[in-house]
Design a protein around this ligand. Structure first.
Ligand code: EPS
Length: 388
């Protein structure tokens, strides 16, 4: 399965074409819209989300509720477009009109300056429109399709916020993926630890008052994943590496770790490796999941546990120093609107991005021209693993 996304933040719409889905997979517009709605909420979101109410339109690849195996085209309209149609129009306009909403002052932490230099742009809007995190709406839609596929094959994805602005949510030892999913869903900051909810909201309020922003760490878990997805035979076949790439590709994400992650650098081997056990009913399993479900770039049958760190949103009301690209004079940046944090929303994006990589891997490993063929292949494989 491959896909490509297109669309500017204040252009008419976001678009994606997904190719390589099996024929005969059940899918509804509602499956995708539900996921899009989850991404739009969360304490700390800014004014743009009051304008948008993301809904997908499917224009190819689906008939009578089932995929056709042909390219699936997804479209999400930007409601804000009506306010930007002159600024973002595709026709040429007189020079004077080009100056409207021109950006000549790069914001530290954004793609503005590096992108302007790279693409020879003197209006940094030509960079920021595409580098904007608005694109994560479409990646969420693609993830919704992927999640649907995984769900039908017995794999479940959950995401939650582990750290927001330095406040850390506790995670009980024996909590199921289902419980994580339900608890995080009921929280407007997507934590599963009720004791930190109000402190996090207070911190977001204080941060907003100060004109600042905060980042955090999100965690995604995927259960029901069979052992043997990905491979150790070549660097670009390692599934954990593919997931890390996808996580860091989410706007503002700066790193990814699996299981105990960077703690592994501080612990002895005996506290990191997951001991192997076997029983008649389930075959091989592990006594712990410190490695986050991966050994040798392959899934080992335990849940995938991956965390991503998101930097604070760089658009600050509190002015930061930068330089005007026309005059080369220093100035202090000012903004019109921003989110104080988008970490709760980013946990939804991260779920969907991880789900997409796993769906791609599943479709690569198993015969998947048709959905029933795929279901049968996975059932046979699970059976094989049990008896290995
Ligand atoms: C974003 C800036 C803000 C966010 C936007 C990402 O948009 P605007 O500049 O229109 O206020 O709201 O996020 C979304 C539109 C979204 O759907 O998440 C940025 O610069 O990255």
């Amino acid at each position: 399965m491959r896909y490509i996304t297109a669309g500017e933040s204040h252009g008419p719409e976001l678009t994606a074409i997904i190719e390589g889905l099996p024929a005969g997979m059940p899918l509804t517009v509602e499956d995708i819209n539900q996921e899009l709605a989850r991404r739009q909420v969360g304490y700390g979101r800014g004014g743009r989300m009051l304008i948008e109410s993301d809904q997908v339109r499917i224009t190819s690849g689906l008939r009578h509720g089932k995929t056709l195996g042909s390219p699936l085209t997804l479209v999400i309209e930007n409601k804000d477009w009506k306010n930007w149609s002159k600024v973002m129009g595709i026709e040429n306009v007189p020079e004077k009109q080009k100056k409207i909403r021109r950006v000549a002052r790069p914001r530290p932490g954004h793609a503005d300056l590096a992108g302007g230099m790279k693409y020879h742009q003197q209006d940094l809007r030509n960079v920021l429109e595409r580098s904007s995190a608005r694109e994560t709406a479409m990646r969420t839609a693609i993830g919704a399709v992927s999640k649907k596929l995984l769900k039908e094959l017995g794999m479940e994805v959950a995401g939650h916020v582990r750290i927001l602005g330095g406040i850390e949510a506790a995670v009980p030892e024996e909590i199921s993926i289902k419980e994580i999913k339900e608890t995080a869903e009921a929280s407007d900051v997507r934590v599963i630890d009720a004791t930190v909810e109000q402190p996090i909201r207070d911190l977001i309020d204080q941060t907003k008052k100060k004109g600042d922003t905060i980042g955090g760490v999100v965690e995604v878990l995927v259960g029901g994943v069979p052992a043997g997805l990905g491979s150790y035979v070549q660097w670009d076949k390692k599934l954990d590496a593919k997931i890390a790439q996808a996580v860091v590709s989410i706007n503002a994400f700066k790193g990814a770790e699996f299981g105990v992650g960077f703690q592994a650098g501080k612990l002895p081997g005996s506290a990191v490796m997951d001991e192997i056990t076997w029983d008649e009913e389930d075959g091989y399993t592990r006594r712990s999941n410190n490695l986050g479900g991966f050994e040798g770039g392959m899934t080992n049958g335990k849940s995938i546990v991956v965390r991503g760190v998101m930097k604070p949103i760089p658009t600050l009301y509190k002015p930061l120093k930068s330089v005007d690209i026309d005059t080369k004079e220093p100035y202090k940046a000012s903004v019109e609107r921003s989110d104080s944090t988008a970490v709760p929303a980013a946990s939804v994006v991260c779920e969907n991005v991880v789900a997409t990589v796993i769906a791609q891997e599943v479709l690569e490993k198993f015969s998947s021209d048709s959905f029933d063929e795929l279901q049968q292949a996975i059932a046979d494989y699970r059976n094989y693993l049990k008896n290995y």
